[in-house]
Design a binder for this molecule. Structure first.
Ligand SMILES: [Zn+2]
Length: 233
């Protein structure tokens, strides 16, 4: 097997890999991912807040309804004609009056507390929405910068791709197909030299002696640990 041709191919491919890594490690890309995370979390929090607000509004309606019932009761007591009431009736009425007044007092406090909670949620909702909007705006800027970076490297990528196209004519077809498969899985370098007769030149793991003994015949063997092709230099 012609190892030289695949090594030559890989040497050219390394340039392409470097260009790709430049884009992968772009500061804009990292910032963009960070911002996308912030936007996603803000969106999830907004949904939680909406649900909380919904519950509180239902609670508020319930308190208002109870308040209304007690208020009517209070008005009813005030409007009663007590001219002919017995002492006992008056005592009962007085107890009821106290009870209704206590209820109204408690309900007023609950109403206030509930309204405060709704305001808190509303404030957090607005803050969260602003966070989301800001992250989206900044993300759009990052995305544009990333696209600019990609575009800028396009001619370089094209040049290398053309060179690779020429070089691949000399490479064993099956080996090239497998090389490309590994490369697509983000493995690089794809082909590495055998070290100290029995070790993978990349991950340094020991390879089966049965296979390394035949490496000259087979051309390459595959490291079962890092999946790379190993050749004898
Ligand atoms: Zn390995």
């Amino acid at each position: 097997m012609n190892i030289e041709s695949i090594l030559k191919y890989q040497k050219a491919d390394e340039e392409l890999y470097k260009v790709e890594q430049k884009l992968v490690n772009s500061a804009y890309r990292k910032k963009g991912n960070e911002l996308a995370g912030i936007a996603k979390r803000a969106q999830a929090r907004s949904i939680e807040l909406e649900n909380e607000a919904e519950k509180l509004i239902a609670e508020l309606d319930d308190i208002k309804q109870k308040y209304g019932v007690n208020k009517s009761k209070a008005d009813e007591i005030l409007g009663l004609n007590i001219e002919n009431s017995t002492e006992e009736d008056l005592e009962k009425l007085s107890a009821l009056k106290t009870k209704v007044a206590t209820n109204l007092n408690i309900l007023e406090k609950l109403l206030q507390k509930c309204a405060e909670n709704i305001n808190h949620i509303l404030a957090e909702f607005n803050k969260t929405k602003k966070m989301y909007d800001d992250a989206r705006t900044q993300f759009a800027v990052c995305k544009e910068k990333m696209e600019e970076e990609t575009k800028l490297l396009e001619p370089e990528k094209k040049r290398i791709a053309e060179e690779l196209k020429k070089l691949e004519k000399d490479v064993d077809e099956k080996l090239l197909a497998e090389y490309k498969k590994k490369r697509a899985e983000n493995i690089f370098p794809v082909i590495v030299p055998l070290e100290r007769d029995n070790f993978c030149g990349r991950c340094r793991m020991e390879l089966p002696k049965l296979e390394t003994a035949r490496i000259k015949e087979t051309g390459v063997i595959t490291c079962e640990h890092c999946k790379r092709f190993v050749y004898k230099a």
